[in-house]
Design a protein. Structure first.
Length: 133
């Protein structure tokens, strides 16, 4: 694992949250994108070498909608940049981690992604992400 790639934050209203985070970070989001497979719209901010990803639901029953209903708005996941996502999936599974995604899939911001189940990572939803080539 190379670094924390971004922190994902679940929000109810992306437009309002964009205003808050723009003021907080003193910058505008550099990208907004719908990820159909997850039923979300994302908005990305850069601050130094770090990123914040805001996630709002665009479809009924999405994981983000369920998360907000259960826990409210707030930190949803921590994403780590990796060089070889398939290797990391296999390595982590061999070390007893439970994977939500047994293989990588296309995510937002030009990344291949996979998630680890929080029950195997101390209650934290962990995302692996690798830049698509």
């Amino acid at each position: 694992m190379n670094k924390i790639e971004h922190i994902g934050i679940a929000v109810k209203n992306l437009e309002e949250s964009n205003k808050i985070w723009s003021l907080l970070l003193n910058t505008e989001p550099y990208k907004q994108e719908i990820v159909e497979s997850e039923g979300v719209i994302t908005s990305f901010f850069k601050t130094g070498e770090s990123k914040i990803e805001l996630l709002a639901s665009v479809s009924n029953g999405s994981a983000i909608e369920k998360f907000i209903e259960k826990r409210g708005e707030g930190i949803h996941h921590i994403a780590f940049e990796v060089n070889d996502i398939d290797y990391e999936i296999e390595r982590l599974e061999n070390n007893g981690f439970v994977l939500i995604n047994k293989s990588s899939k296309k995510g937002a911001d030009n990344k291949m992604i996979a998630f680890l189940h929080p029950k195997s990572s101390g209650g934290v939803l962990v995302e692996l992400c690798m830049e698509m080539k």
